[in-house]
Design a protein around this ligand. Structure first.
Ligand code: ZN
Length: 326
């Protein structure tokens, strides 16, 4: 839709006959838009209903030997199997593949053609950035690895869900995927929700220069993602909006400015409305009821193992951490 409309209007902007031709162009574009909009509604109604248990996974052997420990420990910890189970309530029209793979030095993750790829490089980076000790705000070193790793998978799942279920997105899709991830993390038990959210916010903050005044290249503002600091404030706001008590210290300690915090309950309410209305119908409620149980079972062991490892061999940061997420 954007193509034809842009094509029609662009010449008008520079030519002298702009005023005369413009109404016709707009009328044509409007007609096209209406036809497309109507057919889109038809498509949505005709979309396959989907079924649960559509998550598949693959541990692609790393190309870089340095990533072998990440691969091995994720596999031993059944990281992708656990994620598969957590996401199994999603009713999808086609299988969705979760994949960890080497990306030739690129630390990234993406969704494309029903496949989510998370690079070992990105997991290695999360692991490298983990602090040496637990943080004073009450989250452990393990949480600073588990939180961002879980966030990466859930963010990409957000993209996948929008695409596979033809969910309309108003605003920027990258922000919507962040919100999708935050919302799911907040469905965990309180203690885990807090740990994962704060671990994730910690990781975003590390990606920015530190201090009250920062300098970033101008083109950073053109990125389709919000800036890391914005992503951190956004996730904290959603969390605070969801549970003012659980995240009270986030505002008291000024990690989230009071001015933003005032509207967070409304932001969370908007998100809840969208998730309930748009994603809710695609969740198998019976399977979803087991969500907490699955999470608790898988994450507790994982966190304990990460904690033990950082206690004993601090020299060698635990590669699993990253993959460690559920
Ligand atoms: Zn994204």
């Amino acid at each position: 839709m954007r193509g034809p409309m842009d094509g029609e209007l662009a010449p008008d902007a520079t030519s002298g006959g702009a005023m005369r031709r413009r109404p016709a162009a707009i009328a044509a574009a409007t007609l096209i838009a209406i036809v497309l909009a109507l057919s889109a509604i038809g498509t949505a109604n005709a979309a396959p209903r989907g079924k649960p248990n559509q998550i598949q996974y693959e541990y692609v052997p790393p190309k870089n030997p340095a990533h072998q420990p990440i691969h091995d420990q994720m596999k031993q910890g059944r990281a992708l199997e656990n994620l598969q189970e957590l996401l199994s309530p999603l009713r999808l029209p086609y299988p969705l593949m979760l994949k960890v793979a080497g990306c030739d030095g690129v630390a990234n993750a993406w969704y494309e053609n029903e496949v989510i790829t998370v690079c070992y490089e990105l997991l290695a980076e999360i692991q490298k950035n983990a602090p040496k000790q637990d943080l004073p705000i009450g989250i452990s070193r393990a949480d600073t690895m588990l939180g961002p790793a879980l966030d990466v998978f859930l963010h990409e799942t957000g993209h996948a869900v929008f695409h596979m279920l033809e969910i309309p997105v108003l605003g920027r899709e990258e922000d919507a995927a962040d919100q999708f991830s935050a919302y799911l993390m907040l469905r965990l038990g309180k203690d885990d929700a807090r740990r994962m959210i704060l671990g994730s916010a910690y990781s975003y903050n590390l990606q920015m220069p530190q201090g009250p005044h920062v300098t970033v290249p101008l083109n950073a503002f053109s990125d389709e993602h919000s800036l890391p600091a914005q992503r951190a404030f956004n996730v904290l706001c959603i969390a605070y909006g969801a549970d003012k008590k659980l995240f009270a210290d986030v505002v008291e300690k000024d990690y989230l400015p009071k001015k933003r915090a005032e509207g967070c309950a409304y932001e969370y309410e908007d998100l809840t409305f969208a998730m309930t209305k748009l994603i809710g119908p695609h969740i198998d409620k019976r399977i979803a009821a087991k969500f907490h149980e699955v999470w608790t079972r898988t994450i507790s062991a994982r966190r304990a193992r990460l904690a033990r490892q950082s206690d004993t061999l601090d020299v060698k940061p635990d590669p699993v951490g990253t993959g460690g997420k559920p």
